[in-house]
Ligand binder design. Structure first.
Ligand code: ASP
Ligand code: MG
Length: 405
């Protein structure tokens, strides 16, 4: 009989020290004992990736991206080897591999590469020899044999892509929280664990700042319909299932808060066709994702344009904006790092009206000023001052009665 295959991904906090690595080894073995082949994907130990990044930025403000990939990919190589050692110590056979060794081929976009194919032959061979396989997350290799990484949080993507390649039954994502919550429980203590959520809602929540899973990995899971189970590595409790199935159309499923964006404003932009195209073409050429964009109504043929970018890309974006600003004869380029995006997410928004109005009224009742607004089919976001963010999330959680879900 063909054995079932399961992919289990353990995040950095789940392997942060020796005791936790031993805990992971035991959990993996428990699955192996259920007559299942287990492919484990690990992130780097604890905050290793941040620490490595800090070392590079200690040497250069703009370290070459190729070298960043050489550097950052080492974190996962350490954790996968350590986990294999821990498992073998418990008497089970295990083998660790880098992304390259299992044939994870990516494009050439250093630090944010996309997976093109996974061969996985070495994994299947190892399964034939009854080994537990540990794969270093977050990394791959280009056709020219250059090491790449898959963007921060990219081990999730490795896990989902492996689940697809190996035809795994489920992909378990182990983390330090026991599932997806209606909002961050550190901000709202009444936050509730969500049992079932759709890919679509989860994708929206992840893109808007829920930090439990990498957004791209959910996109891939959705495309290939790979059931995800997000759960804690410290408890046996079931977590949150992410699937295609819609249980019921809840108007607001969750609230996210993202403090990792910054706002750029370029003033006195000439009001004529092609100006916005020039600006945003230049920014996208730098590989920067722009989010909310607001253009004011022009006065005297001049208008202001504001937009948000990830904080990590702020310096690059300011530079690109200034270059274009000079070319088109615009005014100043201003930055604001003290913003937060607070968003409501729920696929039921399609059929419920008045969600946005209630959100604005709740913020107004709490004397919170709204700087920018964006909506999608299943979300409403407001950009507000960062020091108001927690207050906003608490008030909205209460207003939409999410503690009663
Ligand atoms: N270690 C990488 C990061 O911290 C990848 C991951 O954790 O998934 O972003
Ligand atoms: Mg990490």
């Amino acid at each position: 009989m063909e054995k079932e295959i399961i992919v289990q991904k353990f995040g950095g906090s789940s392997v942060a020290n020796i005791d936790r690595i031993k805990n992971v080894a035991q959990r993996v073995i428990a699955y192996k004992n259920k007559h299942t082949d287990v492919a484990v994907v690990v992130s780097a130990l604890g905050d290793t990736t941040d620490e490595l990044e800090a070392l590079a930025f200690g040497l250069s403000k703009t370290p070459p991206e190729r070298e960043m990939d050489m550097l950052l990919s080492t974190g996962e190589q350490i954790s996968c080897a350590l986990l294999a050692i821990a498992i073998k110590e418990l008497g089970y056979d295990a083998i660790s591999f880098t992304g390259r060794q299992v044939g994870i081929k990516t494009d050439k976009t250093h630090t944010k590469a996309r997976i093109i194919t996974i061969d996985g032959k070495r994994i299947r061979d190892a399964f034939k020899h009854d080994k537990i396989v540990i794969v270093a997350g977050y990394q791959g290799v280009t056709a020219n044999d250059e090491i790449t990484t898959l963007g921060r949080g990219g081990s999730d993507l490795t896990a989902v892509a492996l689940a697809k390649a190996l035809k795994a039954k489920v992909c378990e994502i182990y983390t330090d929280v026991d599932g997806i919550y209606t909002t961050d429980p550190r901000i709202v203590k009444e936050a509730r664990k969500i049992r079932n959520i759709t890919f679509e809602e989860m994708l929206e929540m992840a893109s808007l700042g829920a930090q439990v899973m990498q957004a791209r990995s959910i996109e891939v899971a959705k495309r290939f319909n790979i059931t995800l189970h997000v759960r804690s590595s410290f408890s046996k409790e079931e977590g949150t299932m992410i699937t295609n199935e819609k249980m019921e159309e809840i108007a607001v499923r969750g609230i996210t808060c993202n403090k990792n964006e910054a706002k750029i404003t370029i003033t006195s932009v000439p009001d004529k066709p092609g100006v916005a195209a020039k600006l945003f073409e230049e920014i996208s050429k730098q590989g920067i994702n722009v989010d909310t964009i607001v253009q004011n109504v022009p006065h005297d043929k001049l208008s202001d344009i504001s937009f948000t970018v990830p904080k990590g890309d702020l310096a690059k974006a300011i530079k690109a904006t200034s270059v274009i600003g000079n070319k088109i004869g615009a005014g100043e380029v201003l930055e604001d790092k003290d913003i937060a995006r607070v968003s409501l997410v729920g696929s039921g928004m399609r059929s419920h009206s008045g969600i946005a109005a209630k959100m604005f009224a709740t913020l107004a009742d709490n004397h919170i000023n709204i700087g920018m607004i964006t909506t999608s089919e299943i979300s409403v976001s407001c950009i507000i001052a960062q020091d108001m963010a927690d207050k906003a999330v608490k008030a909205l959680h209460k207003a939409f009665k999410l503690e009663q879900i």
